[in-house]
Unconditional design. Structure first.
Length: 303
């Protein structure tokens, strides 16, 4: 039997009857056995999810405690958002380390082994371990690619989120950070939590990323990660308000980080347009690097 790790898995779901069993099964198939698995149903409205969760508790289920040896618990609550669901699951979980997973995603078998080991690995410079660990993602669904988040210290997270929602962290760190913000129900709650973890830790805290695609991340046009882009600026303002001290103290890193992303996107667009005969920018915008990119593109075409 696999070595048992002091890791409690918390899986949240909402109307995910078609996928939740796969998520739970992926947690059961880990190369290190988690201490327990808690599934939090955030007030699902479909009958399928309730039926699937009942089946998971059946002793004949492939993921039942009888078969896996891993205690499985189902918590049902009124719909309150993913942050509240994660907090409820973490609060009820035993063990010193927590691993969170969304009900429509899954892990490769080595995720808990590699992530929990990295959580205990001191940094060569500071001598302290990270406050959280995640990994690269293998997307599936409408997009099939490997996505490589970078992790990093607080300043890296001011311009963009550098850590997937599925990650491993100490329960004490979750408590010090005040848990997930339950008022954030429209997106960015995982980004906000990463900032909370980094702000509440002493010294040069960081979040590490295992450089292997150990998270299987489902992509769909209606997923919250995609729909949150419709109000990204409002969410950014909310995030800055919640972490105003960090943004004030690191304004240069925040602004230049956003500018670096903008420059990279312009370079990608410029390169793509160069491959299209007569392709050009719809408008050469001023003051944001757009005109410079248009000039470079026109020069390439003229040479």
């Amino acid at each position: 039997m696999n070595t048992t790790a002091d890791v409690s898995v918390v899986i949240t779901c909402f109307n995910q009857g078609a996928t939740i069993a796969h998520a739970v099964a992926s947690a059961c198939r880990q190369t290190v056995t988690p201490r327990c698995i808690t599934v939090v149903d955030d007030g699902s409205k479909d009958l399928v999810t309730s039926s699937v969760l009942e089946d998971l508790l059946d002793e004949n289920s492939a993921v039942s405690t009888t078969r896996t040896g891993i205690p499985l618990r189902i918590i049902e609550q009124d719909n309150a958002g993913v942050s509240a669901a994660r907090n409820a699951g973490i609060d009820a979980a035993h063990g010193s380390v927590i691993a969170v997973l969304d009900g429509d995603d899954a892990w490769e078998p080595e995720f808990l082994e590699y992530a929990s080991a990295a959580l205990e690995t001191p940094d060569e410079t500071s001598g302290t371990p990270p406050v959280a660990v995640s990994s690269w993602l293998q997307t599936f669904g409408v997009l099939d690619t490997v996505v490589r988040p970078t992790g990093g210290e607080l300043t890296a997270f001011l311009s963009h989120n550098c850590c997937p929602a599925s990650c491993v962290f100490r329960k004490a760190s979750w408590q010090a950070a005040g848990g997930y913000d339950e008022t954030m129900r429209s997106g960015f709650e995982d980004w906000d939590f990463s900032l909370r973890l980094l702000e509440s830790a002493a010294g040069t805290a960081r979040i590490d990323i295992v450089a292997e695609p150990l998270i299987r991340y489902r992509t769909a046009p209606i997923s919250p990660n995609i729909t949150s882009m419709n109000h990204r600026l409002d969410l950014m303002r909310l995030l800055i308000d919640h972490h105003s001290a960090s943004y004030r103290e690191n304004i240069a890193e925040a602004v230049t980080g956003v500018e670096a992303i903008s420059m990279a996107r312009l370079a990608e667009l410029e390169s793509a347009l160069a491959q299209i005969p007569q392709g050009t920018f719809a408008e050469a915008t001023f003051g944001d690097g757009g005109m410079a990119a248009a000039v470079r593109l026109a020069s390439r075409r003229a040479s």
